[in-house]
Design a protein around this ligand. Structure first.
Ligand code: NAI
Length: 359
């Protein structure tokens, strides 16, 4: 693969946004941060609309001086650009039913995550532009870094170029929210979805499992709950290791550890045969996430599109409505209960109760 293009402020022209009406659908983590950044980049307040159901997010937008419309369909009619910043699982229903039928034929639709575009869950007109501007940061950091005059990592892509000017718009919008200051990386909904879902469904589940099993083995060997919780995560040592990995290098950060530790970690990792993990990871990516490696034949053959609807996407869409329910009717609550029943989960509860006030 060639290295990815990186776009900076100089690649983007804010003039293309002149006179455009920009709609923020949602004023949550990302919506609040991106709308404020965009306004502070010089887009006039009267050209910005926040469409939000009447809730505390809407009140927050009003208190910050934004024009808030509770009627999504009405707000969509005047918009030239729509930032789709409501939760991913809510987007297909709200966008397809209320927004899409009222949008201009040449509107620019901006997503902050590839998921719904990659799995083709949103209905766009071929004449519209669809771009991804996906910050790799939580909303509060998107805002605070902008306020400090710094950039933040972000992926940018054109997913549909209905007007022929989608890239120009994507870059101008990226610059307006502060994403090209430190360089926005050219990506795609496919790549972003693959990496996001892979981290969520392959890498982190394995890390959680490794911590859970390590905890049990060390406990069996006589270590106390208190010592284990502190040793394994409450000291924040893992957070520090990852911080150093980001700053100095994934391997090079090891040099801050003792010689015994460096030897143990490097030697131990090299001695592990990763082939079973590799097969397990590939299985999740191919079957669960539904993303295979690019194969030239696949791309050329229209009967064999690169977009395979992943098993996860199909299964998740069946439970989406249940995620707003209370108690055991909500599958996420059931997963929390089961996970907290583990030895690690129970021990941490006891330790935190005992140390309440000291932490
Ligand atoms: P959020 O959870 O903060 O969204 C809250 C907003 O959605 C509020 O304005 C709320 O009124 C509205 N909302 C919630 N349920 C609704 C419903 N049923 N009907 C209508 N409006 C509803 O969303 P967040 O986390 O900002 O995510 C927005 C997009 O940004 C997603 O595509 C997400 O993947 C992406 N993203 C999020 C990041 C984060 O830091 N959370 C990081 C990068 C991308």
């Amino acid at each position: 693969m060639p290295s990815a293009k990186i776009y900076y402020d100089a690649d983007a022209n804010l003039d293309v946004l002149k006179d455009k009406v920009i709609l923020f659908l949602g004023f949550g983590n990302q919506g609040a941060a991106q709308a404020q950044n965009l306004r502070d980049s010089g887009i006039p307040n009267e050209k910005i609309i926040v469409a939000n159901r009447p809730d505390h997010y809407a009140e927050d937008a009003k208190s910050r001086g934004f024009n808030v419309d509770h009627d999504f369909a009405n707000a969509a009619k005047t918009a030239d650009v729509v930032f789709l910043l409501i939760p991913d699982q809510v987007q297909p229903r709200v966008f397809n039913n209320e927004v899409a039928p009222n949008l201009k034929d040449n509107a620019v639709i901006v997503v902050a995550s590839g998921y719904n575009v990659f799995y083709k869950l949103l209905k766009f007109k071929p004449s519209q532009d669809v771009v991804m501007v996906a910050p790799r940061m939580i909303g509060s950091s998107v805002r605070s870094l902008y306020e400090k005059g710094k950039g933040f990592p972000c992926f940018v892509s054109v997913e549909q170029d209905g007007t022929g000017k989608a890239l120009e718009s994507a870059l101008a919008l990226s610059r307006a929210i502060g994403a090209t200051k430190a360089g926005a990386i050219a990506s795609s909904a496919r790549e972003e979805t693959a990496m996001d879902l892979f981290a969520e469904q392959a890498l982190w589940p394995n890390i959680i499992m490794l911590f859970r099993e390590a905890f049990s083995v060390l406990k069996e060997a006589g270590c106390s709950d208190e010592a284990l919780c502190y040793e394994m995560w409450m000291s924040k040592e893992p957070a520090e290791i990852f911080e150093r990995a980001a700053e100095e290098g994934f391997i090079q950060q090891l040099k801050h550890h003792s010689t015994v530790s460096q030897y143990g970690q490097l030697n131990g990792a090299l001695a592990l045969d990763g082939s079973a993990a590799r097969e397990h990871f590939k299985h999740i990516l191919n079957n669960q996430v539904g993303i295979r490696a690019y194969v030239d034949d696949d791309l050329a053959d229209p009967r064999n599109p690169q977009v395979l609807n992943g098993k996860f996407c199909q299964e998740f869409s069946k439970i989406e409505d249940d995620l707003e329910k209370e108690g055991d009717a909500n599958p996420l609550n059931v997963l929390y209960t089961k996970s907290e029943a583990s030895e690690l989960g129970q021990a941490e509860k006891r330790v935190r109760a005992r140390l309440a006030g000291l932490l």
